[in-house]
Design a protein around this ligand. Structure first.
Ligand code: AHG
Ligand code: MN
Ligand code: MN
Length: 334
C-alpha cells in the first residue's frame, strides 16, 4: 500500500510485529494517545472562538480559559490512558506527583508508564501560534503485580520504548518513534483520521537555523554565547538564520524538517535551564536520535542522564548532528 493512503491505525497494526514486545499493549497505548490527541486538537482549535465569547461576555475569561486548556489537555490524556487499562502509572508536568493507576488496574498487571507534557508552548495559545503535546513511554522496572513507585519514572531516557509529540499547528500532526525511526502523521480534520504524511523523518546533518531565546543572551554561559556569535558571523558559506517560536514542539518540528539546532541553555537565572528532563528533553532526544540528530546538555548525551526527581530541569541542545557537535565544541573550549 502506498504510504499516502495509510492511516495511523493501519500503520500501527502493520508495524506491531516490529516492536520488541509484541503483546499489542504498546499498539493500544499509541492508539489511545491518537484518540486523546484528536480530542485536545478539537479543543485547541476552539481557543480563538473562546476569545471572542470572552470579549463579548466576561473580560476576565481569556486568561482563565487559557489556563483551562492546559488542564483540559492534562485531564484528557490522563483519562484516556487510564480508562483503556494499558498503563500502570502516569507522570505529568501538570501534576506534582506521579499517578498510580489502581482503579482500572487493581492487580497492577499493566506494564507501561507514560510521562507527558500535555500542553507545550502554552503561552502561545492566546496568539494563535502552534502548541503541542509531548509523550514518553517506558516499561516499568518494579515487578508487575505491585503498585508503581518513583523508580519506574526515574529511568534514563535510553530506556524509552516510545516517544512522540502532537503539534497543533496549521495542520495537526502526530510524530512518534518506537525505536525504529520516526514517522509523522497528519490529521485530516474532515474525516478525523491521521494519515502517514512524513515517513522516516530525518534531521539533515547540517542546518541553517538556530533557535534560542536570545533575550536571555547576557545570562548564558560563555560557550553558548560563543556558539551564537559563531552563528551570527558572516564567514564564507555559513549564512545562519534565527527562528524561535517559543514552543519546543514546533521549533523541533521545523528544525527536523529543515535542519537546525534548538538551544535552551542554563543561565544565571536558571541554573539548570528551563526544560524538564522527563517530560520534554528525553522524548525529544529519543526522536532526535531516531531521526539521525543529536541531543545533549552541552557535554553529556541527554538520554544517558540519570534523573533524580520528576520535575528535574536540564540544559538542552538538540537538532542536526553537526550543529549540536559544533555547539558542544564551543562548550568544551569555553
Ligand atoms: P510549557 O508551555 O510546557 O511550560 O513549555 C514551554 C517551554 C518550551 O516549549 C519553549 O520552548 C520554552 O518553554 C520557551 O521558553 P522561553 O519563553 O523562556 O523562551
Ligand atoms: Mn513544555
Ligand atoms: Mn506544558
Amino acid at each position: 500500500m502506498s504510504h499516502r493512503n495509510q492511516t495511523l491505525g493501519e500503520f500501527i497494526i502493520e508495524n506491531q510485529s516490529a516492536f520488541k514486545y509484541t503483546s499489542g499493549e504498546l499498539s493500544r497505548l499509541i492508539n489511545s494517545i491518537r484518540l486523546a490527541a484528536k480530542v485536545v486538537n478539537h479543543e485547541v482549535n476552539k481557543a480563538g472562538l473562546v476569545d471572542i465569547i470572552g470579549t463579548a461576555g466576561d473580560t476576565n475569561i481569556q486568561g482563565e480559559d487559557q489556563q483551562k486548556l492546559d488542564v483540559y489537555a492534562n485531564d484528557t490524556f490522563i483519562k484516556t490512558l487510564t480508562k483503556r487499562n494499558i498503563v500502570c502509572g502516569i507522570a505529568s508536568e501538570e501534576e506534582d506527583d506521579f499517578i498510580s493507576i489502581n482503579s482500572q488496574d487493581e492487580n497492577h498487571q499493566n506494564k507501561y508508564v507514560v510521562l507527558i507534557d500535555p500542553l507545550d508552548g502554552s503561552s502561545n495559545i492566546d496568539v494563535n501560534v502552534s502548541v503541542g503535546t509531548i509523550f514518553s513511554v517506558y516499561r516499568r522496572v518494579t515487578p508487575v503485580g505491585t503498585p508503581v513507585t518513583i523508580e519506574d519514572f526515574l529511568q534514563k531516557g535510553n530506556q524509552q520504548v516510545a516517544a512522540g509529540y502532537v503539534v497543533y499547528g496549521t495542520s495537526t500532526m502526530l510524530v512518534y518513534t518506537t525505536g525504529h525511526g520516526v514517522n509523522g502523521f497528519t490529521l485530516n480534520p474532515a474525516i478525523g483520521s491521521f494519515y502517514l504524511s512524513h515517513p522516516n523523518m530525518q534531521f539533515p546533518e547540517n542546518g541553517r537555523i538556530y533557535s534560542v531565546n536570545e533575550g536571555n543572551y547576557i545570562h548564558f554561559p560563555k560557550g553558548i554565547k560563543d556558539y551564537i556569535k559563531y552563528c551570527q558571523m558572516e564567514e564564507g558559506d555559513r549564512p545562519y538564520t534565527s527562528r524561535y517560536i517559543g514552543s519546543l514542539v514546533s521549533d523541533f518540528h521545523r528544525n527536523m524538517i529543515k535542519g537546525g539546532i534548538y538551544l535552551y541553555p542554563k543561565s544565571s537565572m536558571n541554573a539548570k535551564g528551563k526544560l524538564r528532563l522527563l517530560y520534554e528533553c528525553n522524548p525529544m532526544a529519543f526522536l532526535a536520535e531516531q531521526a539521525n540528530g543529536k541531543a545533549s546538555d552541552g557535554f553529556t548525551r541527554i538520554m544517558d542522564i540519570q534523573p533524580s526527581e520528576l520535575h528535574e530541569r536540564v540544559p538542552f541542545i538538540c537538532g542536526s548532528k553537526n550543529m549540536v557537535e559544533k555547539a558542544e565544541e564551543f562548550m568544551r573550549n569555553a
